[in-house]
Design a protein around this ligand. Sequence first.
Ligand code: ZN
Length: 440
Amino acid sequence: MILDSATESAPRSELERWQLKKLQETLENVYVNVPFYHEAMNAAKVKPSDIASLEDLTRLPFTRKSNLRDNYPFGRSAVPLEQVVRFHASSGTRGKPTVVAYTQGDIDRWARIVARAVACAGGRPGDRFHNAYGYGLFTGGLGLHYGIEALGAAVIPVSGGNTPRQVRLIEDFRPRGISGTPSYVLNIADEMVKMGINPRDTSLEYGILGAEPWSEALRVEIEESLAIKAMDIYGLSEVIGPGVAIECIEAQNGLHIAEDHFLTEVVDPNTGEPLPYGETGELVFTSLTKEAFPVVRYRTGDIASLDPEPCVCGRTLMRMSRIKGRLDDMLIIRGVNVFPTEIEYVLLQISEIAPHYQVVVGQAGALDTLEVHCEVTPGYFAAVGSLDADHAKSNALRNRVLHMLRSELGISVGLHIHKPGVLPRSEGKAVRIVDKRSQV
Ligand SMILES: [Zn+2]
């Protein structure tokens, strides 16, 4: 269902008029109230009044994650701190966390954005919804939580972890919807099997999954194992959190961006030049309605493309492709760029291989090495009984997987096929890459 049809299905010309007006207001605001933007715009010799059309956006300087960290914790708030009602922060695994702030108005708008997103993914008022995103500084849990309530559905605020309890709650509360990272929702499905419950027989009908890049092949795996429709949701704390974009249940083909709140560009990650629709590059967002923490041309590091074509669902909001990968996660192995999602895509084509994997990057002399660890399915292991190298069937499987990985990635890789249950399971964001180079 389309919750705000006047906005979500508005003619493009009307939407663009609104975007320009809100862009100009945002720039006036940050130029006066945020020293970082004042200085950056002065350095680029551009003033808010120079921006007379949406095309003029490209005259503005980019904002990078390092700029946000430099102002830790409160340096970039555009309102007095007394007006802030909530903080969130990124995990800070690669340095200081990035702190973001929200006014009450920001929280209310965000809840409406997420309510719209949940409806777009098949949610309805009156639903019960199992929210397995982590609660806390991470935006996933509370972001979905307020949106589900704003839709008029009942949220079950489970957060991540304690997987057997997740299964029991799904059995007892009988939710229609579930949210979490794709790797964790798959973990919940596996737990159901262990507990003697058929994952296809639960009350679940739709899933809203995100916060980590995932492949189309993993979607098929999740939809088949749980007998649900699984929609991709996108967001990041620096822009607002979950709900920046979401797939519609009708098409499941690209994520509708909340364009009335976020102006979106795709640029060449190396040169920063804007790229035309359809070309793959780095996503860049400018917030249009945020009060406490507006962002101007924020470089996300996420790789995707944009599609402005109308959608069968009736929304006119532009769609972005699923995230192909994050620049932070991109591995450069002997000069070749590799995203973990490409490895996932290959592994999930192979029916004997379970959807659990880890990639270990190491070094042999001056050369980088890539080793893929995966598991066989319990069914395959029961039938074959051995993964020894001298076992003919296992050997044939190993050769087939190696061949497919090499031809997809264009580089040779090491491969370790394990028995079921060996690799660590996700309780939130899956750890797909172990980079031993950084530990040297
Ligand atoms: Zn659609």
